[in-house]
Every structure is written in C-alpha cells, then in structure tokens.
Ligand binder design. Sequence first.
Ligand code: ZN
Length: 96
Amino acid sequence: MSGRTDARACPERTCVGCRERAAKGDLLRIVAIEGECAPDPRGTLPGRGAHVHPTRVCLDLAVRRRAFNRAFRGPGPFDAGALRQYIEGVEQRPGQ
Ligand SMILES: [Zn+2]
C-alpha cells in the first residue's frame, strides 16, 4: 500500500459556488438546457455539467460569479430559476 489508496475510490468534483472540492455524491449536477440551468440529481442528462452544493448559499455564489457561464462555456445568462426551486425543495429536508 503506497498511502494514496483513497484518491480514486471517491470521485471528487469542485462546487462552482464555494469552489470547495467535495465527493461527487454530495454535489448536485447541473446541465444547461436551452439557456436554463437544469438540476440533474441522477447524473443522467447529456451535455456539459457543472456541480454545486445543493444549498442556496452556493447557488447564489455561483450566480454572482457567473460560474455557469464558465462551466457551460456559453455567453449566458443562464436562468437559474428552476434550479433555485429545486434546491429550495431539497433544502427543506433536515440534513445530517
Ligand atoms: Zn459549495
């Protein structure tokens, strides 16, 4: 064992809001569909994806930074309305 065994076991992605790395399963995948940010909780939608913590804080950060324009390589603006609704829905659930 060379000490770096856990590096690949758990795929990590960077949150486009707070820019912290987190396990893929802790982040929400987002894809751009015709100028809209669409939540992709199952990770099955085609296209270029971005990842963000499913919290309003990280969503707001991502919107303010125009992180979606960068992530989706488009001029934007990308409408985050549906995404915000989705996140507000999942945030109702008490976390850990
Ligand atoms: Zn985040």
